[in-house]
Structures are given as C-alpha cells and as structure tokens.
Design a protein around this ligand. Sequence first.
Ligand code: ZN
Length: 237
Amino acid sequence: MNLLEMLNEDLNTDSNSNERPGFTKFEVGDTLITVLAIGTPRWTHFIKSAGKLTVNCPGQNCPVCSIIRAAKKNDQKTDHKSTKKYGMLVYNHNSGELEILDQKITFIRNFQSMLQELKEDAAEAIMEENQELTKEEAMEKVDTSVYDPTQFVTRIRRKGTGMNDTEYSFKKAPKSNQKPTPEDIVEKANELNINELWLVLDNDQLKQLLAGKTLKEIFNPEEADEESDGLGVDFTK
Ligand SMILES: [Zn+2]
C-alpha cells in the first residue's frame, strides 16, 4: 500500500487506518532506535502556503524548482525550499512504535560518521591482533554487525530545541539498551516500502497546490465538493 492509498483509506473510512507510521520526534535527551529500512535520498519541497506540507520534487519542469530558480536569479526571497532528505523506517524503543525517521543530509552525515567510527575502531582492533594487515585489509575484515544500524540499537541524543541550537549526537546504545525489535513491528515494516511513503504530486497537481487547492480537492475533487473540511492528515507530524 502506498501513501496515497493509505490517505484514501483514511478519507473513506473517516478514521486513521493506522497503516502509515508516524514520524519520529526527538525530545531533548535520549531516543533509542533500531533502523529497519533505509530509503533512497530524495529532493523535497516544503510548501508553507499549503499548511507546511512537504512533497517530493517531481524533477523535470517542477513548478516549485522554477519559482526557486527565478527568485535566485532576481535576488529575491521565496518561502519555498528545496531540501535533500533521507527517510528510514525505524523502531523507536522509547515510544514502542514503528516510525518514519525523515531527516536532512547533516543529520544523516552525523549518523554515518558514527557508523564509520565503529568500523574503524573494529579495524584497529583487528590490526592489533594481526600486525601484517593494512588498514584497508582490516576494514574489509570487519563484520557488518559492527556498523550496520539495522543490527543494533542506536542512541540519538538531542540537545537544544531552537532552530539554531538543536544538535543531535549518535552512539551505539550501551549493552543494557540493546534490545530486539518486537516481531510484529518487524513484520509490519516488511510490508511497507519506505520509498513509497512520501507525498508525490506531478507537476500539474503541484501547480494546483501552489494555487491554494487542498490535497483533498486535488485527489478527490468530487468528495471535496461535498465536504469542505480539508484533509485530516498532518504530514508534518
Ligand atoms: Zn522541484
């Protein structure tokens, strides 16, 4: 089931079908997660005028990209933004839920360097035992379970709450926090494709969104005529 099908189900049953996992929110302090699936990177647009929606960039001839391009060319400011994002399906040990962790490249880079460090530390330990090995050879000998975030619990620590002082640090969680992901969560994650959980609009639908139409008016024009309460799904959560 992709996001649009889930949304349609939500709209038709008038209740949250619970099929689409919520987004991981980090409180100040520690959040423990296990990564279950990693999506491919994608360009997104944040559309403030559409209730702060984030949509995938459709690519060629994208109307949002042309607004941003034109603004840059004329040295003007625009509310529209283009951001590269990476999504993951994670088990959040704090909330006990399957969630979508969708973050910008800086967050992912910091996560990645923590994994790289784990790998290098393990390679150094191998080199100490076998002094003949070059670093490259030792790196190749490191077991993936050491640095593959799907195989252990990661501790993400948030400091600060503001736009400019929020910082995340990453660490493999201590042994006492290394707990398996519940079987039903793993099963649920296996049924979903992380690359299909995003809001995808084509150029024409995106133009309608920019012109002020709601998602419901764009996707279900007949139903939207009957009810005018808009879409009950908040993509920012
Ligand atoms: Zn675009």
